[in-house]
Design a binder for this molecule. Structure first.
Ligand SMILES: [Fe+2]
Ligand SMILES: [Fe+2]
Length: 470
């Protein structure tokens, strides 16, 4: 493993200084990235010292360094997991053949599209979250927000490294484009839907990091199986950081749930809103929203693109080695389909069902988190369970988007949907109410009324540590 040169302009473990052309290209992109960060990164806190984790290597026991840093001085680096000698394609038509260290010409466009689509989500989420610092419920949460933001910035670096290294001129152009699209912008939107939705308060932020970052986990996991070895190695390391983002989401929602239960006990009518908290039915609505927006990110149920990416060895399945058959040429998979307005089950070619198969894994993972939230409601003595809605509900991508369904998956007319959607998804009044709670708590060790304190601090530090020096 090449050691990490932390005194370099761009920290890396890819021996960047040995490739002058690439080094110059990345050093030319760096100031453009910083301009973007200053313009679109966290608003209002750029000059503050934040207690952040920085990736300094890929060693399992020492990859992260914790210290105070001003965000624009964060050392965004390039880190790939070590190369595995003799690695072979783990799936697809080229199963068993040596993996690629260079871009395979015949799959160049498909590969570039996969990298750009992944890369685009990283700066998008920073843009979506840029105003949240002003209303943070505690210094601990403020720090976690910024931690997620700087790491999404590093994930952009990870994808730009691949584009600049392996795709020549169009790679450089794509790297520029990644800095010019803007989340929610009418003319230059980000590529994927969920990354153009506003994340306008902390309940949405925690739902986003629970559900949308978790989509990221599954996409990265599928790409970490790739036969394009540099992509696989990059994604494997990104997953290490991603785990913390989902931790922020799951524990964030979990703390709001816990607080809701405490406030129910304090109120004679169990009225959480009367006590200034976020009630469980409102939490359910935001869960419905962000979970379904995130389900869309997996793409259509039956997809020739997914089949092509698998056949060519570019994108595999989550934990491909758990499967017996890695070629799946004649295999079929049973999925639910909407045909002539009716829900039916049908066998389809497995390769075309890979989006749905990845989505299945994702749904199971989400359910585990929801179960943990429900356990805390039960322990508090209340009979209420949060649920993941049917995957037919509120879809905007794929075949379910052609019709309307209740959260239980029962069909309903467009008219009924319009009349009832405010029961299931946040309505204007919910949004106004949740936003009204978002008053900043920036005092050391203090916490907003609508959320419980964390179980423990960051990096074994106490909860009342000065995570951000304001
Ligand atoms: Fe990311
Ligand atoms: Fe993330």
């Amino acid at each position: 493993m090449s050691s990490v040169l932390t005194d370099e302009k761009i920290p890396n473990n890819v021996n960047l200084s040995s490739d002058r052309r690439l080094q110059r290209a990345l050093e030319a992109w760096q100031p453009r990235f910083l301009d973007w960060w200053r313009e679109m990164g966290p608003e209002g806190f750029q000059l503050k010292d934040v207690y952040l984790r920085t990736a300094v290597s890929v060693e399992p026991n020492g990859w992260a360094h914790f210290d105070y840093v001003k965000m624009p001085d964060y050392r965004w680096g390039i880190f790939l997991e070590p190369k595995e000698d003799g690695r072979t394609h783990g799936f697809g038509d080229l199963y068993g053949q040596p993996v690629w260290d260079e871009v395979p010409g015949e799959f160049r466009n498909m590969l570039r599209r996969l990298i750009v689509t992944q890369g685009d989500t990283e700066p998008a989420s920073v843009e979506q979250q840029r105003h949240l610092g002003r209303t943070a419920p505690s210094l601990y949460d403020l720090r976690n927000l910024f931690q997620v933001n700087v790491e999404e910035g590093r994930h952009l670096w990870a994808m730009v490294y691949l584009l600049q290294t392996y795709f020549g001129r169009d790679g450089r152009e794509e790297a520029e484009e990644l800095l010019t699209r803007r989340s929610g912008d009418h003319d230059r939107p980000r590529i994927l839907g969920a990354f153009n939705e506003p994340t306008s308060h902390w309940l949405s932020f925690f739902m986003f990091t629970m559900f949308t970052d978790r989509d990221g986990k599954y996409q990265l996991s599928a790409l970490s199986e790739s036969g394009f070895d540099p992509l696989a190695r990059t994604c494997r390391f990104m997953l290490t950081e991603e785990a913390h983002h989902m931790f922020v989401g799951e524990t964030g929602v979990g703390r709001i749930v816990r607080r809701a239960c405490e406030l129910m006990k304090q109120d004679p009518n169990e009225d959480v809103r009367a006590q200034g908290g976020i009630d469980l039915p409102t939490i359910q609505k935001y869960l419905n929203l962000w979970y379904t927006l995130s389900l869309d990110l997996f793409g259509g149920e039956v997809s020739s693109n997914a089949a092509d990416a698998f056949a060519s060895g570019l994108k595999g399945r989550h934990k491909e080695d758990r499967y017996q058959d890695h070629v799946c040429l004649d295999a079929t998979h049973r999925i639910e389909l909407l045909e002539d307005g009716k829900v039916i089950e049908k066998e389809v070619a497995l390769r075309t069902a890979l989006n749905e198969i990845l989505r299945d894994e994702y749904v199971k993972d989400c359910q585990r988190g929801v179960d943990r939230w429900n356990k805390s409601i039960e322990e508090a003595g209340f009979r209420f369970a949060l649920t993941l809605p049917s995957r037919r509900f509120h879809r905007q991508i794929g075949m379910w988007s052609d019709a309307c369904f209740t959260p239980d998956g029962a069909p309903l007319t467009g008219e009924e949907w319009e009349r009832r959607k405010g029961e299931w998804l946040p309505n204007d009044a919910d949004e106004v109410y949740v936003k009204s709670l978002m008053q900043p708590v920036h005092e050391r060790g203090k916490i907003a009324n609508w959320i419980a304190p964390p179980a423990k601090g960051i990096n074994a530090l106490p909860q009342d540590f000065e995570y951000v020096k304001l």
